[in-house]
Design a binder for this molecule. Structure first.
Ligand SMILES: Cc1cc2nc3c(=O)[nH]c(=O)nc-3n(C[C@H](O)[C@H](O)[C@H](O)COP(=O)(O)OP(=O)(O)OC[C@H]3O[C@@H](n4cnc5c(N)ncnc54)[C@H](O)[C@@H]3O)c2cc1C
Length: 507
């Protein structure tokens, strides 16, 4: 691995999913890479998304066929290379009187099925809600629906897994290290880090997500920065509204849609709202948004939710490409790569979790055109389990997990599953070494692993990003985790847990 005093081929500002994906791809093509983030890896937008690997059924209404096709094709790739943190996710889209007509829903889902090749993602079908389990969660006025499929991903873990692979391939990963200024000195970019160190690289990529415009202008001093439109989106986590596998896509009278998705076994994830913000730091989950989401869900649910059912909330900020005259929901979710002329620098704007890998390939096609792409068939570290010839990652993971549960019969199979669906392949080694003390639902060996291998330094890193145990552990256990990291036990309880969006480390 190169040390901080090396002259790197590539420096990346921002270790969200886009920066992490670029770092992995570039390191695998033999470039020396350093990636820097002001906060925890994946600590901003890339841990606050709806966590869908999706083409975006609703973007068909805006004729965004190119984006939808690209994203749909990518679903299959991500399900294959990261099978431990992804799965195909069914969605029920009820037909509601006065909303989009049933023929339009059928046409949309038909197009969605056929825009890209599918291997493990099933096709859509019309369902009768009076006889389907999903129908039991909904009020009796809803009788028919379309069931279509997308993918689910643990967004924060996807970032970590990309960075682990980048590090394995020689990249230097520096979390909690804000870049205060970047200046071009001769042919080299010099990055002044807030801790006083300097990082030098031949080329610079600004992947600062919602801060990309600000970083280009203020940190890099470039005036050709693309203008961004910042749109905040809030989610709430509630008691689980429906025991089946299905998620719901629910149309609203204002033309929006909201999702209710099974979340962390015991919960439902409901989102999102959309509203412009001036600065990312201004984004907070307001009580009005919580009320909007509850009302939107209750429009359909048989057993309405109350504010008391809300156990958690979080907000993220979409960095969208500014398209004057378009409403937020019409603004493209595609990305743009902006090359700063004559500077050996690029700013990444927009994008989705779903398209991070193709975005990274596009970046590499521009900066290292002679190297071939490789990430489409190379499993991430957690998904690097033995596969039979021609076997898809999803099938291989299922087989591997069952086998592990059989071999490690001394451990509770549910615990093995939880670990496997978090860190994936390294679970085997973790179990073999023993898990140590149980701190009330989390083991010392896990915390040690997150600290040693995954850049975790605080209880918040572990409880809300490396895992979502913050939803499951009681206050005493969260206090134990805090103590393990040398924090006051109260620290775990005080975690804002995403209520406010922030870029840690930058005033
Ligand atoms: C509410 C919501 C729901 C979404 N749902 C989905 C979905 O279901 N599926 C999907 O595919 N996409 C979804 N998205 C989009 C997706 O989350 C984003 O496109 C993606 O996470 C952006 O990643 P990024 O790496 O560009 O930005 P980020 O994850 O925000 O990373 C940028 C990083 O740059 C760092 N940084 C900033 N300034 C500096 C500096 N000066 N020095 C060092 N580091 C710095 C920040 O700390 C941050 O970690 C959603 C987005 C939102 C907001």
């Amino acid at each position: 691995m190169s040390d901080i005093n090396s002259l790197f081929d590539l420096a990346i500002i921002g270790a969200g999913i886009n920066g992490a994906g670029i770092a992995r791809d570039a390191a695998g093509r033999g470039l020396s890479v350093a990636i820097v983030d002001s906060g925890d890896v994946g600590g901003a937008t890339s841990s606050a998304s709806t966590k869908l690997i999706h083409g975006g059924l609703r973007y068909l209404e805006y004729y965004a066929f190119g984006l939808v096709r690209k994203a749909l094709a990518e679903r299959e790739v991500l399900l294959d290379i990261a099978p431990h943190i992804t799965w195909p996710q069914p969605f029920v889209l009820p037909h509601a009187p006065g909303m989009r007509p049933e023929w339009l829903l059928r046409l949309g889902t038909f197009l969605y099925d056929n825009l890209a090749r599918r291997q493990v993602v099933p096709g859509s079908a019309r369902i009768d809600l009076r006889s389907e389990r999903a129908g039991r969660a909904l009020a009796s006025d809803y009788r028919s629906a379309m069931r279509y499929w997308d993918g689910w991903v643990d967004d924060a873990r996807l970032v970590v897994d990309n960075l682990k692979d980048a590090r394995e391939r020689g990249a230097l990963v520096l979390p909690r290290t804000p870049v205060a200024r970047a200046a071009r000195v001769g042919d080299v970019w010099e990055l002044a880090l807030a801790d006083g160190r300097t990082l030098r690289a031949r080329r610079l990529i600004n992947a600062a997500g919602p801060w990309a415009e600000d970083v280009a202008r203020r940190v890099m001093g470039l005036n050709d920065a693309p203008p961004l439109r910042l749109v905040q989106g809030s989610h709430i986590v509630t008691r689980r509204v429906h025991l089946g596998r299905d998620a719901f896509m629910l149309q609203q009278p204002d033309g929006r849609i909201i999702f209710i998705i099974p979340y962390e076994r015991d919960y439902s994830l409901i989102g999102t709202t959309e509203g412009d913000v001036q600065r990312p730091e201004d984004a907070t989950v307001s009580d009005a948004e919580v009320s909007y989401l509850l009302a939107a869900a209750n429009r359909y649910l048989a057993r309405p939710l109350t504010p008391d059912d809300v156990v958690h909330r979080f907000v993220g900020v979409r960095p969208l490409i500014l398209e004057t005259g378009k409403a937020d929901k019409e603004t493209t979710r595609d990305y743009r790569l902006v090359e700063h002329a004559g500077q050996d620098a690029m700013t990444v704007v927009g994008g989705k979790i779903t398209t991070y890998r193709v975005l990274a390939e596009d970046v590499m096609a521009r900066i290292a055109p002679r190297c071939k792409g490789w990430t489409g068939s190379a499993p991430l570290p957690g998904g690097a389990i033995e596969r039979r010839r021609g076997e898809h990652g999803q099938a291989a993971f299922k087989r591997w997990l069952e086998d592990l549960q059989r071999r490690e019969a001394d451990y509770d199979p549910k615990l093995i599953k939880r670990l496997a669906m978090t860190i994936g392949a390294p679970t085997q080694t973790l179990l073999a070494g023993g898990l140590g003390r149980n701190l009330g639902g989390v083991f010392e060996a896990e915390l040690d692993y997150f600290r040693r291998e995954e850049w975790a330094v605080s209880s918040a890193d572990v409880l809300w990003r490396r895992t979502k145990l913050g939803l499951h552990l009681d206050a005493a256990a969260q206090g134990e985790v805090a103590r393990w990291f040398g924090e006051e036990p109260a620290a775990a309880a005080e975690i804002p847990a995403g209520h406010r969006f922030a870029r840690p480390g930058i005033a």
